[in-house]
Write a protein that binds this ligand. Sequence first.
Ligand code: COA
Length: 229
Amino acid sequence: MTDLAGAPMTHLVIGAAGHAQEVAWSLRAMLGGDPELLFFDDRVAPGPLASGLGSIVGPLDRVAAYARTNARLVLGIALPRLKASVVAQLAPLGLPWATVVHPTATIGPNVELGDGSYVAAGAIVTVNVRAGRFTTINMHCQAAHDAVLADLVTLHPGARLAGGVMVGEGAELGTAAVVLPGATIGPWAVLGAGAIALRSLPGGRTYVGVPARPVRHRGRAMRLDQGAA
Ligand SMILES: CC(C)(COP(=O)(O)OP(=O)(O)OC[C@H]1O[C@@H](n2cnc3c(N)ncnc32)[C@H](O)[C@@H]1OP(=O)(O)O)[C@@H](O)C(=O)NCCC(=O)NCCS
């Protein structure tokens, strides 16, 4: 892939952990060939990746040195609060964010995917779906007709949205979570792995189980939100 002047496009992947490498692998499958992929991560030491997808250059403050006209950012982070933080950190560079869709994802008509969003292998996004900026629709997720995903939403692998579901900004649905038709999940809510939301749930809380109910306390996930990609 080249920019308008014919220079090869460089992709600056933000994050270098497993999820970032999955996004990079999807990007490579989408573009074909062997695109240049440079990884940046504050917590992983520089050097080549075992997956062979590219090399870690260094921490995020090194990205500025690669901010050329032929560079695009690729969001390799799935946790919504961390996504928000790195997007704000890198905004002054003014670089475009790539939207990555694995070739085995199925995208129907009248679907909008915002800049910096990611649709992983085997996901299905049917018709009239709106997904905002920096949304993550991971492996084998389903977003049915008329679903609306606000900015920074993350659907972890196998999560399923029935028709007409709305998911508020920064909400996170755990692996295999399900939201039934027409329900709204409020902003920055967390739906635990395997939970089923039978009805609308207010934002800012964590819900688990079938039917999904608020957890009494939050522990491990809070700590993850504050640290890991
Ligand atoms: C819901 C979740 C965010 C809660 O994490 P947490 O805030 O650290 O909460 P804790 O682990 O302290 O658990 C709090 C309570 O909820 C229960 N619980 C946690 N996750 C649950 C789940 N998915 N289903 C049912 N109960 C759950 C715990 O057993 C505990 O119950 P207790 O208060 O009766 O002891 C987390 O367990 C989860 O499901 N995350 C999804 C992660 C995911 O899918 N990642 C995908 C990566 S690819």
